[in-house]
Design a protein around this ligand. Sequence first.
Ligand SMILES: *Cc1c(COP(=O)(O)O)cnc(C)c1O
Length: 370
Amino acid sequence: MTIHLPMAPVDLEFQVTRNDSPMPDAEREAILADPPFGSVFTDHMVDICWSEKGGWHRPRVQPYGPIPMDPAAAVLHYGQEIFEGLKAYRHPDGSIWSFRPDQNALRLQRSAKRMALPELPVDYFLQSLKELIAVDGAWVPSDPEMSLYLRPYMYAKEAFLGVRAAKKVAYYLIAAPAGPYFSRGVKPVSIWLSTDYSRAGKGGTGKAKTGGNYAASLVAQQEAAEHGCAQVLFLDSVEGKYIEELGGMNIVFVHKDGTLVTPASDTILEGITRDSILQLAEDDGHKVERRAVTLQEWRDGVESGDIVEAFACGTAAVVTPIGQLKAKDFTIGSEDQPPGELTVSLRQRLTDIQQGRADDPYGWMMRLDA
Ligand SMILES: *Cc1c(COP(=O)(O)O)cnc(C)c1O
């Protein structure tokens, strides 16, 4: 009889199967010169299995390709899924780094807890990034404005239509070269205020990085696009009064006296970009407030001149100035206003660290290719 240990010791030995027809160098270089966001993927992927009996097992690197999936796989029916997003940057000396990946590993664990999925050990998460870079390092662009976007995710793969947490789960890591997220670069964007839809509810999954939150945001995002806006802003679902965040980015306001204010609530995804920027600002002597912010406060603040800048932040778009907020019956700001001064300087500070042009006093960077 075999005895299965539910908490088998973590075995970091990945089994590597090389892709025997990787993309030819010239073709890859052409893509890296102008990568489309999220539609071309590298030659390999990582996957790790989890089962209730065997725990985490069979870590491997294999050629990128379709995943065999049972039509009854629980994720296809009940959406038990979580993900992360981070980037690999090539520094001027050619080395490859990622930014605070331990924070992504910990957030994946928090998301897992909320979605009744198993927690992937941090070491496994970090090792999966290194394993992929070991085979696909050539996919990390050398242009500092570009990066290799890393997408770890986990889903319920057990074939079972009953409603309970799956007993079989898969973790995957795929990667896609990425240029600037917004095609207009750091020019201010317009955002649309969603009043008909909420992204997350009280006691719901707003704090977890799970596909369902995005599924819930898509009609609102379509509405935003119809009004010529790049992103949608959500309010709290209880009173429709408090600012939460954009579909996939956090929001920060800059006051005249240099104070930075960002909404705090347990329905908001806690961004690592936002946390890092606020730390940089705080250490520069700026006051930082994490608290409830009403839409009215934004409107009044812009009118009185007390709120002088607003920006969105997240891994994909880094820091993006918000030019205007469009709503059904009012508008805040204007499309053609220049990006805020502090917004631009914080973006520069952060990207200098990420891209290896500045010292890393916080130890935020982790090398992936050594
Ligand atoms: C991922 C995400 C963010 C940004 O998080 P970062 O760690 O900064 O990339 C913000 N809001 C939502 C809803 C997200 O999914």
